[in-house]
Design a protein around this ligand. Structure first.
Ligand SMILES: [Zn+2]
Length: 468
């Protein structure tokens, strides 16, 4: 894999209607992307696959869809107002902007030392310390080579906006930077109305916004993205068992979607790397075309969030354990992942160039059945057969309820190639013989083998074939 692979995926994504550059006709808006017809299907299928494993198939997990706009006190309680920031510095010579902590990190890597080991943690590491360190060690601008930085300023990553119609008189609020706080503030509502007993989990899928300084690598890091998060509430003292359980569960979920094991690895955070509220965190990392990077995080968040909300709201968010007759604030395990990042890795793993005969290659997206935008495509061999093919399409789409393509345009060979490129697992060709024998030809995307199947047997055939 290489950067070249990423270019090929970006190009295919645009050509076939998965992902377009955002606001393209106006020259774009940096690092925004719009999801076209097939992209929407892929994204929805990823979310559906996650919901199915994490919610539907379980009896101890429920779902929430909270507002994106929350009372600004939520973000004071969570620590985001004071701590969710990057220390930014500008090169006075060439105007390059950099993260002071990253400059130091890279310097450490280069020198193979860890002289300034602490991670940037908002108020906990004064920006003046970073500034002093940079100047003493002469960490120059990577762009122009000069040492002339401004003193770093903590730049909050939350998007600010105003609620209310009168300019300047509204309340300043934020677009949520994570979905999990909506879960914490609804813990009591959900626990009492769903009658769930601890241990249980609450999931949420939704948009989050972060004013990242260095977005990029296609849809890997964007300022607007969708998260799939679960907060699993458990009794204090049991959190390490649950932490290990959800680590394993999340990893297996990726494997079940056909993600290649050689591209995945687990990385436990070192003690000095842990967020201050966490007593254990593991990242699932993926080997992207641009190198290993974070895919998903599983964090043991202790009782930090609930306790903060108890303090800031003055409400009792503790749990009464009937069986043990004791009251406690639950501990929390959080598997958290990005929908778009998952889309990027499944596209990357699925992208295949195959030589089918000498000098003839095809591009095929070997997507897992459950993720493929179209589960199958119905192709009349000739336009004259369009109406009859349509009947097969109607039968399948109505009985199976899956997204199916009816593709009439182009030679049959070209249509096969198009369906291969967008990852359609099966093509169903209706030809002139079909009028006589009431059968169609089913072509398998991966093996390219063809099979003659009675139209009456199609439903049964596909229900058996499909892996969800
Ligand atoms: Zn510079």
């Amino acid at each position: 894999m290489s950067e070249e692979t990423l270019d090929k995926i970006v190009s295919l994504a645009k050509r076939r209607g998965f992902v377009y550059p955002g606001s393209e006709i106006y020259g774009g808006l940096a690092n925004t992307w719009d999801y076209g017809p097939l992209g929407v299907e892929l994204i929805n299928n990823i979310k559906q696959a996650w919901r199915r494993k994490f919610i539907t198939e379980r009896t101890d997990v429920v779902e929430l869809d909270s507002a994106i706009l929350l009372n600004p006190k939520v973000w004071e309680a969570s620590g985001h107002v004071s701590n969710f920031s990057d220390p930014l510095t500008d090169c006075k010579k060439c105007k390059a902007r950099a993260r002071a902590d990253k400059l130091i990190e890279e310097w450490n890597e280069e020198k193979n030392t860890e002289i300034f080991p602490e991670n940037w943690a908002g108020e906990k590491t004064p920006t003046s310390d970073l500034y002093e360190f940079i100047n003493i060690n002469k960490i120059v601008c990577p762009k122009c080579g000069k040492l002339d930085w401004t003193e770093p300023k903590a730049f909050n990553l939350m998007f600010k906006t105003e609620q209310g119609v009168i300019e300047g008189e509204g309340t300043q609020i934020y677009l949520r930077p994570e979905t999990c706080q909506g879960i914490f503030i609804n813990f009591k509502n959900i626990q009492t109305t769903s009658r769930k007993k601890v241990p249980f989990g609450i999931c949420q899928i939704g948009k989050s916004f972060r004013n990242e300084i260095t977005p990029g690598n296609f849809i890997f890091r964007t300022r607007e993205f969708e998260q799939m998060e679960m907060e699993f509430f458990c009794k204090p003292g049991t959190e390490m068992d649950w932490f290990n359980y959800w680590k394993d569960f999340t990893y297996k979920w990726f494997i079940s979607l056909g993600v290649k094991e050689e591209n995945l690895r687990m990385r436990d955070h070192e003690a000095d790397e842990l967020a201050f509220y966490s007593n254990a965190t593991t990242d699932v990392e993926y080997k992207y075309p641009f190198g290993w990077g974070e895919l998903c995080g599983i964090a043991s968040r202790t009782d930090y969030d609930l306790k903060q909300h108890i303090e800031f709201s003055g409400k009792d968010l503790s749990y009464f354990d009937e069986a043990a007759k004791e009251k406690y604030v639950p501990f929390v395990i959080e598997p958290s992942l990005g929908v778009q990042r998952t889309a990027l890795i499944v596209l990357n793993d699925a992208y295949t160039e195959e030589e089918i005969k000498e000098g003839d290659t095809r591009i095929v997206l070997k997507l897992h059945h459950t993720l493929a935008p179209f589960k199958m495509a119905v192709l009349p061999l000739s336009k004259k057969l369009g109406d009859d093919a349509r009947k097969v399409f109607d039968l399948l789409v109505q009985k199976l309820g899956w997204n199916i393509d009816l593709d009439m345009i182009g030679s049959i060979g070209k249509r096969y190639r198009r369906q291969d490129e967008i990852g359609t697992p099966y093509c169903i060709t209706f030809d002139f013989d079909s009028l006589e024998d009431s059968s169609v030809t089913v072509r398998d995307r991966d093996t390219m083998e063809q099979e003659r199947i009675k139209i009456d047997d199609l439903l049964h055939y596909f229900i058996k074939k499909f892996i969800f």
